[in-house]
Design a protein. Structure first.
Length: 351
């Protein structure tokens, strides 16, 4: 704390991302990164973009990327917003669309960045408990509210909500914005993108960090009614004209042009997830049904923090949240088949 800090900074409790240790031979299953590299076409586009043109500012409206996303998802370019990772998109969404008189609603077990943005912007919020099976129950979101946000599939549970359930929430709140954070949707979830043309209060946020193996490039986007997108553009253009640099723009566009690679790698992650879930169930773990690139597990007879420490001693890192309701769970990202095998070996030793 410094006397030079503004009052808002003194009050902040920043989000803490999963650690990025630089140890050789580490099996890193703690931040839901994709074990497969980006498409070779993306790497080629990045090499080509690493050129003299970097002396020029990038396109502030990211037109080519917006057009690519609009074509890919069958929407209009005015229905597309892009940002520096979906975290930045979310930061702008919270400021532009989620601060109202009535409280914002989100699940009690959810992406732990949401309460951080609320604190930053002074947004009143209320958490809605997941049911006993750790599921979002749409009926629990009935009644007046300022807005709603939830990940689908949810994080860190991995549990997805069906499209009809999402639509029922959007329909139940025509006066409030409903944001669906689809960071993990490509690993088997139901996307709400098809609904945006029908519901002016629905905003869908996605990222290239997970299913497109581009966490290091930082590209995310939102799809929704042009009025919602305009609100985001207004905030973005009051903050940073160029959140996406020339390399990010080139890499992101190339990623959507290599559909075969996308399909192949996301299916490989899904297949590994199912194998890992089976292997961990055989070791006595309770495994929540996941539609994401991670699984959320607990062992009835072993403390989660101790398991995480034991895994770390064996050079395997997973995520443990010391938070109410989930302190006995571990969130394990789906790695390569070798990573998953190393995890199972280490757990066998520990149990
Ligand atoms: N939403 C959820 C639910 C996430 O888990 C993450 C990853 N931490 C993000 C958004 C942000 O991802 P990115 O900024 O890499 O797009």
């Amino acid at each position: 704390m410094s006397r030079y800090w503004s009052a808002v900074v003194s009050e902040l409790t920043p989000y803490v991302p999963g650690e990025q240790p630089k140890l050789p031979g580490l099996v890193k299953l703690n931040t839901n990164e994709n074990p497969y590299g980006p498409s070779p076409q993306v790497l080629a586009a990045l090499r080509e973009a690493a050129a003299d043109s970097l002396r020029l500012y990038p396109d502030p409206s990211a037109s080519e990327l917006k057009q690519t996303l609009a074509d890919y998802h069958g929407v209009k370019t005015q229905e597309v917003f892009v940002g520096n990772g979906s975290d930045e998109v979310l930061a702008l969404v919270f400021m532009a669309l989620l601060k109202h008189e009535a409280p914002l609603l989100f699940p009690d077990i959810s992406y732990s960045f949401y309460p951080v943005y609320c604190k930053l912007y002074g947004i009143d919020y209320r958490t809605v408990p997941l049911d006993e099976q750790m599921r979002i129950r749409p009926g629990d979101y009935a009644g007046p509210c300022g807005a709603i946000i939830f990940p689908n599939p949810n994080a860190p549970t991995g549990i997805g909500l069906g499209l009809a359930a999402v639509e029922s929430m959007v329909q139940a709140h025509p006066e409030a914005v409903v944001v669906v954070d689809e960071a993990y949707v490509d690993f088997g979830g139901d996307s709400a993108v098809a609904l945006i043309s029908q519901y002016p209060n629905l905003l869908v946020v996605q990222t290239l960090s997970k299913s497109r193996s581009l966490a290091g490039l930082r590209v995310g986007f939102a799809l929704g009614h042009p009025d919602l997108i305009e609100a985001l553009e207004r905030v973005k253009n009051s903050f940073n004209s160029y959140p996406l640099d020339r390399l990010s723009l080139a890499g992101a566009v190339a990623s959507f042009r290599d559909e075969a690679y996308f399909q192949q790698t996301r299916q490989a992650v899904i297949d590994s997830r199912e194998q890992l879930a089976t292997a961990l169930a055989q070791l006595g773990f309770e495994v929540l049904p996941s539609q994401a690139n991670f699984i959320f597990v607990r062992h009835p007879r072993h403390d989660a923090a101790q398991l995480a420490a034991g895994l770390r001693a064996r050079s395997v890192i997973v995520r443990h949240f010391n938070a109410p309701r989930i302190s006995q769970f571990l969130r394990i990202s789906i790695g390569s088949p070798d990573d998953c095998a190393a995890l199972v070996r280490a757990l066998r030793e520990l149990l």
